[in-house]
Design a protein around this ligand. Structure first.
Ligand code: AN0
Ligand code: CP
Length: 322
């Protein structure tokens, strides 16, 4: 595996889920794979889960992780080509990437969408430079448009908790005070479409996700109707994806607190499990009552981030050993 961005990078999903089960049961069984191997985890943005679960996954595989927080521990990096660097950025990615690559065997990158220029973000301009200039396997730790480690962990969690062969999974938009990227819902939709589940997406008008990720998924604008009979409720805020009107890209179109997932919403489901990638704003995205209920999977979901990261790193290490 050279890159981990899209569900297609993991190949057969059933095989990946089976491998995840084995990794979870015997996390130290592949410790030999990572001996004398280094993973560089580069963060342009804040993180709790991704930072820690990636390090833990690397350690489980016997690898040495190095974490770099860009702009805090390092120089501020310029990411655009052709600019006169007379501002606050001391170094360009064009040099920084090959330098970082010379110190490691695998690179993970967190680089959120800027939410200003749809084309720049949706072309994954920063991540592409890491692939092009590093020559190393690259993992998206949430880049501009995708968060595959999260979506894989979400799928592992659904596989563990599902009560029916083909559960109904509802991805619901929920309000948030700040404009957030679309990476989490994009990847969630992409992975659910590839999995053995019925996906329904619900959000206010204007929040339509890019069809590149949602494919033919059903969009139901009536949130209560969408939630009827759901087995899993996956809440997330995202800003306007700007699919029909790129000038609206990154805008907050609604702060309607009627969309906050609460007991009234969960009551119409099939006693659904509640999921969220975290970090979550309580009583904005979800009520205390729902996130504190026995149906809330937010903690096991976060714990599975080690498993998803470890399967990905394990496969990359196996390829490097060939
Ligand atoms: C980020 C987002 O919505 O993409 C990270 C989620 C994993 N969330 C926030 O910035 C709050
Ligand atoms: N879910 C997730 O990726 O969390 P962090 O932003 O804390 O890494």
């Amino acid at each position: 595996m050279k890159t981990f961005f899209h569900v297609s990078d993991i190949g057969d999903l059933k095989a990946a889920l089976e491998e995840a089960k084995q990794v979870k049961a015997t996390p130290y069984a592949w410790k030999h794979l990572g001996v004398n191997k280094t993973i560089m985890l580069v963060f342009f943005n804040s993180s709790l889960r991704t930072r820690l679960s990636s390090q833990k996954a690397a350690l489980n595989l016997g690898m040495d992780p190095i974490v770099l927080n860009i702009g805090q521990d390092s120089w501020k990096l310029e990411t655009e080509m052709g600019v006169v660097m007379d501002g606050d950025k001391s170094e360009h990615l064009r040099e920084a990437i090959p330098v970082m690559a010379s110190y490691c065997d695998i690179i993970g990158v967190r680089s959120f969408a800027g939410l200003k220029d749809r084309e720049y973000d949706y072309n994954e301009t920063v991540l592409r430079q890491f692939i092009e200039y590093s020559g190393k396997p690259v993992i998206s730790l949430e880049s501009a448009t995708v968060h595959p480690c999260q979506a894989f962990a979400d799928l592992i969690t659904i596989e563990e908790y599902r009560k029916t062969r083909r559960p109904k999974v509802v991805l619901t938009w929920a309000p948030h005070p700040r404009a957030l990227p679309q990476a989490v819902p994009n990847s969630f939709a992409e992975w659910m479409n590839a999995a053995d589940v019925d996906l329904v997406i619900t959000h206010p008008h204007g929040y339509e996700l890019d069809p590149k990720f949602t494919g033919g998924a059903v969009v139901e604008y009536d949130q209560m109707k969408a939630l009827e009979g759901a087995d899993f409720v996956y809440a997330k805020n995202w800003s306007c994806p700007g699919v029909t009107d790129p000038s609206q890209y990154g805008a907050i179109l609604s702060k309607d607190m009627g969309w906050t997932v609460d007991a009234r919403h969960m009551a119409v489901t099939n006693n659904a499990f509640f999921m969220h990638c975290l970090p979550v704003r309580r009583n904005m995205i979800v009520s205390d009552e729902v996130i504190d209920s026995p149906e809330s999977l937010v903690i096991p979901e976060a714990a599975n981030r080690v498993v998803s990261a470890q399967v990905v790193m394990k496969r990359m290490l196996e390829d490097l050993a060939k």
